[in-house]
Design a protein around this ligand. Structure first.
Ligand code: AMP
Ligand code: ZN
Ligand code: FE
Ligand code: FE
Length: 294
């Protein structure tokens, strides 16, 4: 089946390899028609992406991805069609990104204390936009401390490693409220990485109550069986099944850009839901207090 939709991608505004304009050009080159840009904690790539989309005649869906923490791991929440110019929304995102800066510096300090010689300046240079552990991993790779990005997470910066520093702690519900505060549509990203199917079943009532509107069902690496189970859950909870590849650049995630079939109905349902909210006064959002730094 020819696919022309990808609703989960990253650019250099967070930890992707291509700039927003380059990403849209790639999408055009392979015949995609609808693309959502969903950078971590930032909408900084969306204006450039919108300009490129206009020139290339692509349908760009503005998006974001917010990482949240639960015991035992992370849950990511995608947000589609946020009214991202809202100053209150941008103010919250800035707090999250500033916390990422301090945390990145702390990770580098902890590595330095162990005799690992990488510099914050280099990490910052690699990052360009919103800084994250993948950029630290890249610096470790460049300096020859690891052979792969995965090894950097396993040995140095993954949960439980000595240079692991927690991020600003948001719960999945916080992310739902944050996205809703910009009239965006919260969607659970790659639900099988975490929570996993059993946990997901336990959490869905609460997450739906908080205002979740979608479930990423057609995700890059998911099998037909996974897709069937997620689709059944999406239908049971009246969530919009969405999908995409989580493309960050060649070879970073296993699925190439546009490499997963996503039905057009997902796009239509997202657009219909966004239209209902657009321009309405959204609920306000208050950030929880920051975590104690390590
Ligand atoms: P951060 O938001 O800074 O905590 O970084 C989290 C990001 O790191 C995730 O969104 C993934 O893209 C990436 N990541 C997490 N674990 C791994 C891993 N084991 N190997 C490669 N990338 C990872
Ligand atoms: Zn990422
Ligand atoms: Fe994610
Ligand atoms: Fe992602």
């Amino acid at each position: 089946m020819t696919n022309y939709i990808d609703l989960h991608t990253h650019s250099t505004a967070s930890d992707g390899v291509y700039s927003p304009a380059e990403l849209l050009q790639k999408a055009k080159d392979i015949g995609l028609r609808v693309l959502a840009l969903t950078d971590h904690d930032t909408t900084g790539g969306l204006e450039e992406a919108a300009q490129a989309a206009q020139i290339l005649d692509l349908d760009l869906i503005p998006g974001i991805e917010i990482n949240t923490d639960v015991s035992g791991g992370e849950v990511h929440v995608l947000g589609y069609f946020p009214e991202f110019q809202r100053p209150e929304f941008q103010a919250v995102l800035k707090v999250l990104r500033d916390a990422r800066e301090r945390r990145g510096q702390r990770i580098v300090e902890l590595l330095n204390e162990q005799g690992i010689n990488i510099s914050w300046e280099r990490v910052r240079e690699i990052a360009q936009g919103s800084v994250g552990r993948p950029h630290v991993a890249q610096a470790l790779l460049e300096a020859g401390y690891v052979q792969t990005i995965g090894e950097a997470f396993d040995k140095y910066i993954g949960t439980g490693c000595y240079a692991y520093v927690p991020r600003y702690k948001l719960t999945p519900e916080d992310a739902v409220y944050l996205i809703a505060s910009a009239n965006g549509l919260p969607v659970i990203a790659h639900p099988l990485e975490l929570p996993g199917l059993d946990e997901l079943r336990n959490w869905l009532p609460g997450l739906c109550e908080a205002g979740m509107v979608g479930l990423e069902t057609y995700y890059g690496t998911y099998t037909t069986e996974n897709e069937r189970e997620l689709l059944a859950l999406a239908n049971e909870y009246n969530l919009i099944p969405t999908g995409g590849t989580d493309f960050h650049g060649p070879g970073i995630h296993p699925t190439p850009l546009g490499g997963r079939y996503v039905p057009y109905e997902s796009v239509e349902r997202l657009k219909a839901e966004a239209a209902k909210r657009r321009g309405k006064t959204p609920p306000s959002f208050k950030l929880p207090p920051p975590v104690q730094e390590k």
